[in-house]
Design a protein around this ligand. Structure first.
Ligand code: FAD
Length: 547
């Protein structure tokens, strides 16, 4: 079957769907082809255990609510409802010293830090949020545009250093603060190791450990949580995907599930996407929104220059694997010790459980994984979202995700994940039980999404939940490779890239989809129309300048 469209999107992950929905809203005929029978990629929810709605990938949507995309696509009208995660995180009690609870309200957070870590760190945290809040907002603005030096300069122009200096001399110091490791940043702000460890574990959610250079901004994102906390989509992470598809279809677009694209090839002045079933979709523009290495394979099948593809392939670092998600159905929520008074009814279960008290725990887990071994003691991050959304589990039951890092994709000694899955899962449950005694006895259902399963089920090559490593050398215009950093492919006009493999990277933001959609629209505008639109805008701009 051959179907012509304006645009074909390969991959119905949330980035592909954001791109498709924006383009359909602009009046284009858009088709999305998806390998899986379940749409959404790492933003999907299935009935993994009878009566339970279990996420297959992401659980907490940290970035997309800062982008305006939910509003632009009118996703509330398409059934999407977010609940604020408040508290948005907590770190465990140590002896008589209570747990640290991170609320949206900065005063409440500082009060909790003061009770656990002392007045000095509470004030330091308040100052940290004052400095890194605006910086992280600038990072989000930069994430929303195609990466280019001008975007970078515009986003940070005039921003002060930590001690309030701004102007030309402040630039290098500001740059250095961004290039530091997360650990160095934490050491320069705080004294309490517990607080540092909690924020380091938060920052490490992008994959790299906070000892790596350039990870300071990942810690800085914590400051943003006080102006916009993570959101939990009611019904599960996949509710975002359901709303995106509804938006796309209401504007005439279509999604074709269970039929992988196998070839992307030029076809005269159009593109042809061939699928495994033999269907062909042609379009003037194609957005490849799956893993970059999958895209390169499809281009290879379509006859793109092999030596160029090999060069890109050899330089793209998927990384050693990030972690695993252990999904559990339980008879009760975990009971953590010594929580402060005044919490909402759902306690701390709305938040990310940052179950560490010192960064040595994180460093050892990372070191073990680099050696190809299971961490001798896993680092665990529980999320108990059935406490704020009872629709996730049957009555009197709960659904939890226990995210753990680091788990290597390749194990030492040639061992398979099949052979260690049970051991790795037990270690996570034991670690949980050490923070919430009795928890392991409440577990009725377990499904361990180890790196091999993430690859098989979700197409996440090397088990990397962010597609390719989020190391500093693969961010911004370098992501996933300097030649491909503009969401386009040299020598393939009309082919655009989106997805976690591209700027701004992994996580639920929809931003690479939005950037690719803008690039498609710009490419469809004739140069003469672009000049006309600039001339048309001039009177307004000049008028604004005169006022
Ligand atoms: C277990 C786990 C937990 C996570 N937790 C969080 C979290 O709590 N918060 C957060 O912000 N982020 C989290 N993430 C990361 C985040 O979910 C992902 O980075 C993000 O969803 C990637 O979206 P995407 O659209 O770019 O790509 P993907 O979701 O990977 O989508 C790509 C799509 O392309 C499809 N595809 C692949 N090959 C083909 C082909 N040949 N033809 C057609 N289609 C194809 C795939 O099936 C998939 O549907 C998590 C990820 C995982 C896996």
């Amino acid at each position: 079957m051959h179907t012509p469209h304006d645009v074909v999107v390969v991959g119905a992950g949330h980035n592909g769907l954001v791109a498709a929905a924006l383009l359909a809203r602009s009046g284009l005929d858009v088709a999305v082809v998806e390998r899986d029978t379940v749409p959404g990629g790492a933003v999907s929810t299935v009935e993994r255990f009878p009566g339970y709605k279990v996420d297959r990938g992401s659980s907490a949507h940290i970035m997309i609510r800062h982008t305006g995309l939910v509003e632009r696509l009118d996703l509330a009208r398409h059934g999407l409802r977010y609940v604020d995660c408040d508290p948005w995180a907590f770190a465990p009690a140590v002896g008589d010293s209570p747990a640290i609870v991170f609320r949206v309200d900065l005063d409440a957070t500082c009060a909790s830090i003061e009770a656990s870590c002392g007045a000095r760190d509470a004030q330091a945290y308040r100052d940290f949020v004052g400095v890194w809040g605006p910086r992280s907002q600038a990072v989000m603005r930069m994430f929303g545009a195609r990466p280019a030096p001008a975007t970078f300069v515009r986003a940070f122009w005039g921003m002060p250093t930590r001690d309030g200096r701004s102007g030309r001399t402040a630039g290098p110091e500001l740059a250095q603060e961004f290039l530091r490791s997360g650990d160095a940043l934490l050491d320069s702000w705080f004294t309490s190791e517990r607080l540092k460890a909690a924020l380091a574990w938060f920052g490490a959610q992008s994959g790299p450990p906070m000892s790596e250079p350039g990870t300071a901004p990942m810690v800085g994102i914590a400051a943003l949580m006080h102006s916009g906390p993570p959101g939990r989509a009611i019904g599960g992470s996949g509710a975002l995907t359901t709303a995106l598809i509804s938006s796309l279809e209401s504007d005439g677009g279509s999604v074709h599930l269970g039929d992988a694209a196998v070839e992307i090839a030029p076809d005269g002045d159009r593109w042809r996407v061939r699928t495994a079933s033999g269907d062909e979709h042609t379009a003037t523009q194609v957005i490849a929104a799956c893993h970059i290495l999958t895209t390169l394979d499809m281009l290879s099948a379509g006859g793109h220059d092999g030596s160029t593809l090999d060069r890109w392939r050899s330089r793209i670092d998927v990384g050693p694997g990030v972690g695993s998600a252990i999904r559990v159905g339980t008879t009760a929520l975990p009971q953590y010790a010594n929580l402060p008074a005044g919490l909402p009814e759902h306690g701390v279960h709305s938040g990310l459980g940052l179950l560490v008290t010192d960064r040595g725990h994180l460093a050892r887990a990372h070191g073990d994984a680099r050696a190809g071994d299971l961490p001798r003691r896993p680092v665990v991050l529980p999320m108990g979202f059935s406490a704020i959304d009872p629709s996730l589990a049957p009555p009197d039951r709960h659904m939890l995700t226990l995210w753990t890092q680091w788990h290597p994709y390749r194990l030492s000694g040639g061992r398979s994940w099949e052979s260690v899955r049970e051991e790795a899962t037990d270690a996570v449950l034991t670690e949980m039980d050490s923070w919430a005694p009795g928890f392991a006895d409440t577990v009725e259902h377990v499904y361990a999404q180890t790196p091999d399963r993430l690859e098989d089920e979700l197409g996440l090559i090397g088990g990397n939940v962010m597609h390719v490593d989020m190391s500093a050398d693969q961010m911004f215009t370098f992501r996933p490779h300097p030649d491909l950093g503009g969401h386009s492919v040299p020598g393939a006009e009309g082919l655009f890239l989106a997805g976690a493999s591209t700027h701004p990277g992994g996580g639920v933001s929809g931003l690479s989809g939005s950037i690719a959609a803008q690039a498609v629209l710009a490419s469809r505008t004739r140069p003469v129309d672009r000049v006309r639109s600039v001339i048309g805008a001039l009177p307004g701009l000049l008028g604004a300048g005169r006022r």
